[in-house]
Write a new protein. Sequence first.
Length: 148
Amino acid sequence: MKQLFGTHEHRLDAKGRVSVPAAFRNAWKDVPDMTIVLRPSLIAGCVEGWPMPAYAKYEQELAAMAETDPNRQGWATKIYSDAVELELDGQGRIAIPDHLAAEAGLGEVVCFLGRGSHFHIWAPDGAKVFLEATRALAPKLTFGAPPA
């Protein structure tokens, strides 16, 4: 499966549906009946969207943890109890459940951020802050300047 790239703004319709970016749908075109898992992110203010084939990594990580590990219980809630499976409709849309929209503060316009194997859904202002903060974490290369 191809990686998900780019930043895309889309509007929610009156029924809470939003078009998944065409670039993302094109990356999945060879996967029949693509299922998307939406869940609250570990990053506050964001919903994560995972194509089901990529989401399997969480199931594997959870299975490797001891049943008695308290972290396993937290992970199980995050990856199963708080998550929803969605199918794309005929127009390439998904309906973002109210509990996820509320947790991420989503409004009329949402911003999809490609994250390689998955995507984020943010309110536009939150996406801007996240992008600025994470860009600041990237290494800076300077060419032509003498070493300090």
